[in-house]
Write a protein that binds this ligand. Structure first.
Ligand SMILES: [Zn+2]
Length: 371
């Protein structure tokens, strides 16, 4: 264990955005070493998505966004964090792997084959535990940055084994504010704006069963169903409501056959809306298992696909469902048809991406270099 504050340098540094943390590291007598403080550097700002070569169905006009990469590394580990923006509502894709030099050494060393193998014991960002999934080249993990996430400094901490040696490294990085659009106009969503409509016994029953089903579906703990093939959910792109938008809904109650309007509620849009037409095909954005395919109260005909590692994609308001709960689907497979069931003002697809219980911009998923 080197009790030295390491400053990591890179060939590709555009600018060092995070300062090295200086702290006194005393001689540790316990088996768990003190954390080695490393510096995150913004190493690349226009990383091309690797997924483009694996695309299944993408409309011609769809342009994958480039992502930003920040990296920390030492002699035994490289940590790469990718995001379209390190900002609220975005998804961070993390990779943990051995430095290339180490790999070469481990191949040459026949006596101690295992000494340089990387094993992640624990990885966290702040209080949030990441769930690293093992791949042939190392580990991958996702970190969802909530729309309402605290901005500013965040600390990534990783405990790992390199051979028999236990290490803990820490690095700081920044999460920025996202300016989400605000729609001032109050939306009239017909029956769904009528507070009395929600109170009807049959609707209360459907609200309760929908909530129970979603809880059960999102509680699944599968691993690594996700491969590197991705698809756009539609064959045309026309986004009518962006991710994270603040929207206002009109509320009213019927009194003697007349509408009495009350202060409407404001809500955050936790997905993306793609305009119709009705009955156009909806494609699975990635491979996985269908864990819900049924009518819900607000979501209408809804599909939830479990991609493993606590990643779920959701598809709402469909006129027809083409798959059943339990089905395994491939990226690009038709799972349903565009509709306007549930809380919808017209035919559209609402696409959501839920990672470890938090909804993030689903388009991030289609642009990150996930492997
Ligand atoms: Zn929506």
């Amino acid at each position: 264990m080197k009790n030295i504050i390491k400053k990591v340098t890179f060939g590709l540094i555009a600018c060092v955005v995070f300062s090295t943390l200086f702290s006194e590291l005393g001689e540790s007598k316990s088996k768990v070493p003190a954390a080695e403080q490393l510096t995150f550097s913004e190493v690349r700002t226009n990383v091309k998505p690797q997924t483009i070569k694996n695309k299944v169905k993408f409309p011609k006009e769809f342009k994958q966004q480039t992502s930003k990469l920040i990296r920390i590394s030492n002699d035994t580990i490289v940590v790469d964090l990718y995001a379209i923006n390190f900002a609220q509502g975005e998804l961070i894709y993390a990779e943990f792997y051995q430095p290339v030099d180490n790999k070469k050494k481990s191949k040459k060393s026949k006596k101690n084959k295992d000494t340089l193998l990387l094993k992640i014991v624990k990885a966290s960002i702040g209080n949030f535990n990441l769930t690293p999934a093992e791949k042939t080249w190392g580990y991958r993990a996702f970190y969802p940055i909530a729309v309402t996430a605290k901005t500013g400094e965040h600390i990534l901490s990783i405990e790992y084994l390199s051979g028999k040696d236990r290490h803990i490294i820490e690095g700081k990085f920044e999460i920025a504010v996202t300016d989400f659009p605000v729609f001032e106009r109050y939306l009239d969503v017909g029956n769904f704006s009528d507070t009395g409509f929600h109170q009807r016994p049959e609707n209360q029953k459907l609200i309760a069963s929908s909530t129970a089903k979603k809880k059960e579906a999102f509680g699944r703990k599968s691993s690594n169903l996700l491969d590197s093939e991705f698809s756009h959910p539609r064959d045309v792109i026309r986004i009518t409501s962006p991710f994270g938008a603040k929207r206002r809904y009109l509320n009213f109650r019927m009194v003697d056959g007349k509408r009495v309007v009350s202060p409407g509620r404001e809500s955050i849009h936790y997905g993306l809306d793609f305009a119709g037409p009705a009955d156009a095909p909806v494609f699975a954005i990635a491979a996985g298992r269908v864990v819900a395919a049924q009518e819900m109260f607000y979501e209408g005909n809804m599909i939830i696909i479990d991609h493993g590692n606590a990643v779920f994609s959701v598809y709402m308001h469909m006129s027809e469902l083409k798959v059943k709960e339990g089905n395994m689907v491939n990226s690009g497979e038709t799972i349903g048809l565009v509709g306007s069931t549930g809380l919808a003002t017209g035919p559209h697809l609402h696409l959501g991406l839920r990672v470890n219980g938090i909804f993030v911009n689903p388009l991030s998923f289609l642009s990150l270099p996930i492997r």
